[in-house]
Design a protein around this ligand. Structure first.
Ligand code: AMP
Length: 416
């Protein structure tokens, strides 16, 4: 039996790096005043169809959707924003003009062709700021995303930023794109030919070389901005400058999802290869209405955890696994084994030590060998003789020094 293609077991030797990232997520989000939300891994398919958009790759090609035994169409979530908005409306998290600052960490599912940095089950950390349309909200989210990548120690990163303007401007822009690309229909890739009718914006971030060449001369949205879109984007850019956050203006950045408007951004890393996006996000001011909620402007981002780990290990040494403090050894008699169990428990609860004991009733020699292999600092032996008395033998593995101590003097056990 093998794990499903595109899914991975995260093994004990890798977990220290996951914990390190998760710890940074928890401390940084709390510094910004964000609280965690955990939504179900499955939702009604409608949640994503209605928000992400029927014409996107995610909904069109990549969703794990199946009828459950009751006949409902269920989807394993491919992204978080739709679920978080669904939950925010259901639980009234933004009632009475309240701002909601939320973050999430967890698994997501997309039926994509697996390769380095691309899996069918992957993990994301993301944040959503709900209830504000101001450029200050954009800068809070951008600054959180940027601080996160910096704190992780990923050096080779670049923040790309663009505006998708208001829906009205975007509709005009789409029409101009269709006009432009229609005159090169024969040269467009099959996918992009289809996008001409379904989602012309997506032609701009096509990876196909022929499409890319045509995009060079394509009209850009920045030339068509109305004053509302321009003022908003200018304010965001000037605040980025104020915070000395470096960025690249990228007029071709459109992001895959239908629901974005105004600011969109992506953080890429050169250590990643072809799947170079660490994360991205943008403003989505109309998603609440889509779900039947009140108008609630929002902005958020999502980072791929596997890619953060890849970029991080390329840039620096990753964490050492935490080692155990003590190995407590007993042997031969049940009195000795019982004393070990009781004493190990006391060391954990009273001194907070990390303690390993044998569970295979092995000899003194093989337990010593294992303690050496694990790399504990101290071995404590409560053999048959010690078990009958109140003492134990403490051995400091690095120096080889060994001494007899009273078991009741727990504080003094580890000083020679
Ligand atoms: P998206 O929701 O498509 O903007 O994705 C946000 C981030 O999630 C991307 O920048 C990636 O880092 C990560 N991501 C998306 N899809 C996958 C996948 N199939 N495998 C691994 N990471 C992914």
């Amino acid at each position: 039996m093998q794990s499903i293609r595109g899914t991975k077991d995260i093994l004990p030797q890798e977990i220290a790096s996951w914990h390190a990232i998760e710890n940074i997520i928890r401390s940084l989000t709390s510094q910004y005043g964000y609280q965690e939300i955990r939504t179900p891994i499955m939702e009604y398919a409608e949640v994503f169809k209605r928000s992400v958009g029927e014409e996107t790759d995610i909904v069109g090609k990549e969703m794990y959707t199946f009828p459950d035994r009751g006949g409902d169409d269920i989807t394993l979530r491919p992204e978080a924003t739709a679920s978080v908005v669904r939950a925010a409306i259901q639980h009234n998290l933004t009632a009475q003009q309240q701002i909601a600052r939320l973050y999430y960490v967890g698994p997501f599912f997309r039926y994509e062709r697996p390769q380095k940095g691309r899996q069918r089950q992957f993990h994301q950390f993301g944040s959503e700021l709900m209830g504000s349309a101001t450029p200050e909200a954009d800068i809070e989210i951008l600054s959180l995303a940027y601080d996160f990548v910096k704190t992780l120690g990923i050096k080779s990163h670049e923040l790309n930023i663009n505006t998708l303007a208001t829906p009205t401007v975007r509709t005009q822009f789409k029409a101009r794109l269709v006009e432009y690309f229609s005159s090169f229909q024969a040269e467009l890739s099959e996918d992009s030919k289809n996008r001409l009718t379904t989602n012309p914006l997506r032609i701009l971030d096509s990876k196909n070389p022929a499409d890319k060449a045509l995009c060079e001369q394509a009209p850009t949205l920045i030339e068509m901005l109305d004053s509302e879109s321009k003022d908003h984007f200018d304010a965001v850019i000037s605040m980025l400058d104020g915070l000395s956050i470096p960025y690249t203006l990228n007029p071709r950045l459109v992001r895959g999802l239908d629901y974005y408007s105004h600011t969109v951004f992506e953080i890429t890393s050169t250590s990643l290869g072809s799947q170079d996006a660490l994360g991205g996000g943008g403003r989505y001011d109309y998603l609440f209405e889509h779900f039947g909620g009140k108008h609630t402007p929002c902005i958020g981002f999502g980072f791929g955890m596997e890619r953060l780990l890849l970029a991080r290990s390329a840039d620096q040494n990753i964490e050492q696994l935490p080692s155990s403090d003590v190995y407590v050894i007993g042997f031969e008699t049940s009195e000795s084994h019982n004393a070990v169990i009781g004493f190990a428990h006391e060391l954990r609860t009273k001194l907070g030590k990390t303690v390993i004991t044998d569970v295979q009733q092995r000899s003194l020699k093989s337990q010593m060998k294992e303690a050496d292999k694990i790399g504990v600092k101290h071995v404590i032996i409560i053999g048959p003789d010690e078990a009958r008395s109140t003492t134990c033998i403490v051995k400091h593995l690095e120096t080889g020094n060994q001494y007899t101590k009273q078991r009741s003097d727990m504080e003094g056990l580890f000083t020679e």
